[in-house]
Design a protein around this ligand. Structure first.
Ligand code: TRP
Length: 503
């Protein structure tokens, strides 16, 4: 299943009277041309409006039949093109929405022939350095996190930016400046992130969004909701409802072990909370009413043979972006701004969410996107929880960590020591080095390792040793903290209740 990666360009405001948003979007759209000669949905939409007006005025003026006919022919052709490009029927007064399919199904249509494919279910690339994230920003229509934003986060929070920000691991965003503008005027926000509990086993890559979210919670002192999509995993995988729910409770322990503040954090299972909260379900239904099958087909690539549960699911992942889904936390307020830290593959859900938000009277959630955590075998793929050798699991022993890294971590080193000393290694494709960029806190030490590895001063074995010695204590400490998380604590986090914060 592939997502169609339309940029975050247009948002129709329902009544179709060119909102501020669409003005902004026209500019954005010209920033992201998809390929030679290709028409963007907005260009086509505008041509269609003009042509529609022309047909009408010819008719009013009782022009020659031949002239009217040829104008109609052109109108029909434009309509066909529009449908082909957007997957939707042209409707006068309704500009194309932000989540449409503007290019093709998956790979970048920029004529360079590379094969990056990124959606909520699959990530693949043929490049050893991993996915080309700059291109992804253009295709998704998000904004790169530049140094000025990192500096601003530092200024507003008063804290040194997290290493994930300093090193471009969180690399893309939507509306983060707006969140900071409001925060500076004492208007707070809340965090929303989530996890699809597909097995008991979580690996270090799964922790990336949670480690970062914990940091955001601490530095901004704000509430957090964490969605456990056990319903999603039931719909997509060959698992029973009971298994999915059990994985929710097990994974919640690993999430809690990241150090979240129980007074500011609500973790919920969809299978429980959907039935317990009328307000949440009302938002799900509102979203469902405002997204068509054509739109989700366009965004997620659903086909006629996908079960209807999958087709409705995006509304369930969208609902926590709106504060009145949690009346026990926000007291019925629907205007509290939401910020979603997530891996970039989740963006299709939130393009859809941002598109419907204004149409149902809610603020659009802001986003911070991370890159993927590479598999031990190389940055071409995301890790798989079903392949034990593809990553370091949170349950691995020090010995397993050592063996996995020594045996499986893809090396950017040369074949022989002589060659390596002479030509140096390539940290850009070396998985041990990549893992260190995620987990080694000290910037200077990391830079020194990069230089020494590139020059050949340190060998792959030595680099691996540094990684092993970084991960072993980190995982051991996680296991220690997780042991402290008993059923009672899980229950506390998962009970709907007021949280402690000032908005
Ligand atoms: N769909 C996500 C997964 O499979 C889980 C999820 C739900 C999520 N809501 C989210 C992830 C919000 C990030 C942000 O892992």
């Amino acid at each position: 299943m592939k997502a169609l990666v339309g940029p975050d360009t247009h948002s129709s405001d329902g009544d179709g009277h060119g909102s501020e948003e669409s003005g902004l979007c026209v500019k954005k759209m010209t920033d992201c041309q998809e390929g030679e000669g290709a028409k963007t949905p907005m260009e086509l939409y505008e041509r269609l409006s003009v042509q529609g007006d022309k047909v009408r005025s010819l008719k009013t003026a009782k022009a020659e039949k031949a002239e009217i006919d040829s104008a109609i022919q052109l109108l029909l052709k434009l309509k066909t093109d529009y449908k082909q490009v957007t997957g939707q029927d042209y409707k006068a007064g309704c500009p194309p929405s932000e989540n449409m399919n503007v290019s093709d199904n998956g790979p970048a249509a920029d004529g360079t022939g590379d094969e990056d494919s990124v959606d909520p279910w699959n990530v693949s690339t043929t490049n050893a350095k991993g996915v080309d994230y700059d291109k992804l920003i253009v295709r998704f229509g998000s904004t790169k996190i530049e140094k000025d934003l990192v500096d601003r986060i530092e200024k507003v929070s008063g804290q040194k930016p997290h290493r994930f920000l300093r090193r471009g691991i969180f690399f893309s965003h939507r509306d983060m400046h707006q969140v900071l503008d409001a925060y500076e005027k004492n208007k707070s926000f809340y965090l929303y992130t989530g996890r699809g509990p597909s097995s008991e086993a979580m690996h270090v890559g799964h922790l990336i969004p949670f480690i970062f979210t914990k940091w955001l919670q601490d530095v901004f002192d704000i509430p957090l909701v964490i969605q456990m999509t056990d319903d999603e995993k039931y719909l997509w995988k060959d698992l029973t409802l009971e298994e999915c729910h059990r994985f929710t409770l097990e994974n919640a322990k690993d999430i809690i072990a990241c150090g979240f503040d129980v007074n500011k954090t609500f973790i919920f299972s969809d299978l429980e909370y959907m039935g317990a909260s009328p307000e949440f379900y009302r938002n799900v239904v509102k979203i469902q009413k405002h997204v068509t099958f054509n739109q989700v087909k366009g965004i997620f690539g659903f086909t006629d043979s996908d079960c209807i549960g999958k087709i409705c699911f995006p509304a369930i992942q969208a609902a926590p972006s709106f504060s009145n889904s949690f009346p026990q936390i926000f007291g019925g307020r629907k205007d509290v701004q939401c910020l979603i830290p997530c891996a970039i593959d989740q963006d299709p859900y939130f393009r859809m969410t941002r598109d419907v938000a204004p149409r149902i009277g809610y603020p659009k959630p802001a986003l911070l996107h991370s890159t993927f955590f590479p598999a031990l075998q190389g940055a071409q793929t995301k890790m798989s929880a079903s392949d034990v050798n593809s990553s370091i699991f949170l349950t691995d022993t020090p010995k397993q960590i050592k063996n996995k890294i020594n045996k499986h971590a893809f090396s950017g080193g040369k074949d022989t020591v002589e060659e390596h000393r002479k030509y140096g290694g390539n940290p850009e494709v070396d998985v041990s080095f990549m893992y260190l960029t995620f987990f080694l806190e000290d910037d200077e030490q990391l830079e020194k390792i990069r230089q020494d590895y590139s020059s050949g001063a340190i060998l792959t074995g030595e680099l691996k040793k540094i990684l092993i010695e970084t991960l072993q204590p980190m995982i051991a400490q996680h296991q220690e903290r997780r042991k402290q998380v008993n059923e009672e604590i899980v229950k506390q986090f998962m009970t709907p209740r007021p949280l402690n914060f000032n908005l």
